[in-house]
Design a protein around this ligand. Sequence first.
Ligand SMILES: Cc1cc2nc3c(=O)[nH]c(=O)nc-3n(C[C@H](O)[C@H](O)[C@H](O)COP(=O)(O)O)c2cc1C
Length: 174
Amino acid sequence: MSARAAARVAVVVGNPKPRSRTYESALTLADRLGGADLVVDLADHASELFDREAPRVAELVEEVASSLVVVVASPTYKATYTGLLKAFLDRFPHQGLGGVTAIPLMLGASPVHALATEHGLRPLLVELGATVPTRGLYVLDSEHDRREPYDAWFATAEQLLPTLPAPALEVTSA
Ligand SMILES: Cc1cc2nc3c(=O)[nH]c(=O)nc-3n(C[C@H](O)[C@H](O)[C@H](O)COP(=O)(O)O)c2cc1C
């Protein structure tokens, strides 16, 4: 087990582009939950994801699996989540997100794929044992820095999310 304390709110971003709009959007959402204390930008770990000997990926799997809430974010690629995100989630064991509340978040260029969180990302997270109490949030990339998409989502989602303990003082990135 990792020596690091379990994260209240973790963020996983499955974008091959580092510090992307998807990343910013995921942090915006996490801020509304009191802030992320674990941020995994998979662009930083892409070369290790298929290496079963890579210790950092195994650690990240453990850290995400022990979080209370995880925002799982992906840009929309070909109407669904990215292969990069899938490669990371494939490293989790059966029911590897058991006991974790997951929030699916996807960015896309077009509203045509607004249900991709529901027919793509949600089933994957449920298969991993996550609790997914809310609708996923789909944000148009052109609107990712506006308040409205997040406000509209929180208006219905907030009451469905678990009550979280007060945020820790220290924020760490992975
Ligand atoms: C390979 C590829 C496939 C894409 N497929 C879709 C798609 O099917 N539907 C869509 O709305 N946007 C699609 N896009 C646009 C991206 O979803 C969008 O630009 C991205 O979410 C922006 O976020 P980013 O700045 O974090 O990368 C695609 C982009 C790429 C590079």
